[in-house]
Ligand binder design. Structure first.
Ligand SMILES: CC(C)(COP(=O)(O)OP(=O)(O)OC[C@H]1O[C@@H](n2cnc3c(N)ncnc32)[C@H](O)[C@@H]1OP(=O)(O)O)[C@@H](O)C(=O)NCCC(=O)NCCS
Length: 141
């Protein structure tokens, strides 16, 4: 397995994985969000590739200001092809993103997880995450 930066050519395969995970068609908005992570320093994405096939992805972002530190790295979203889950791909993708953040001088990494997603919390806890001092607020009209 190889982990490398995403390219525009990977987008259909990443969309395919996301669609298999969510069991829904992936919106144009989501695809445009992904495209913004190609060839960008602050909005990055890595893919895991095996035998020429993309089998997982991770999307991250470096944000300046707020959240206690001058610069923070965010794990925005990640996904592993359902038939490949549980074989260390997610962990390897996350570690690659953390290495990228560290190369950019970013050592404070945050993410948001639904409070009732016990399994995803377990996944992130295994990567060294713990509850932060921040809470998410939401306003709807
Ligand atoms: C969450 C996800 C990215 C994990 O990737 P993965 O390749 O399946 O996970 P790994 O095999 O690398 O597992 C790493 C560790 O997390 C644990 N883990 C992974 N998925 C888990 C789950 N659903 N419940 C509990 N623990 C889990 C593994 O046991 C492993 O622990 P270990 O290091 O002690 O052996 C993947 O399952 C996925 O795509 N899920 C659907 C999309 C999603 O929820 N994305 C995250 C939020 S955007």
């Amino acid at each position: 397995m190889d982990i490398r930066l995403i390219t525009q050519d990977d987008i259909p395969q990443v969309v395919g994985i996301q669609s298999r995970i969510t069991r829904r068609e992936v919106s144009d908005l989501w695809q445009r969000m992904l495209l913004r992570h190609v060839d960008s320093e602050d909005q990055v994405a890595f893919v895991a590739e095996e035998d020429g096939q993309v089998i997982g992805f991770i999307i991250g972002e470096i944000k300046v200001g707020g959240f206690g530190s001058e610069v923070t790295g965010w794990v925005e979203m990640m996904g592993v092809a359902p038939d490949k889950m549980g074989s260390g791909i997610g962990k390897a993708l996350a570690r690659r993103l953390f290495d990228y953040f560290a190369e950019q001088g970013v050592h404070d990494v945050l993410t948001s997880v639904a409070w009732d997603s016990g399994d995803i919390l377990a996944f992130f806890k295994g990567l060294g995450f713990d509850r932060s001092v921040f809470i998410n607020l939401e306003r709807k009209e």
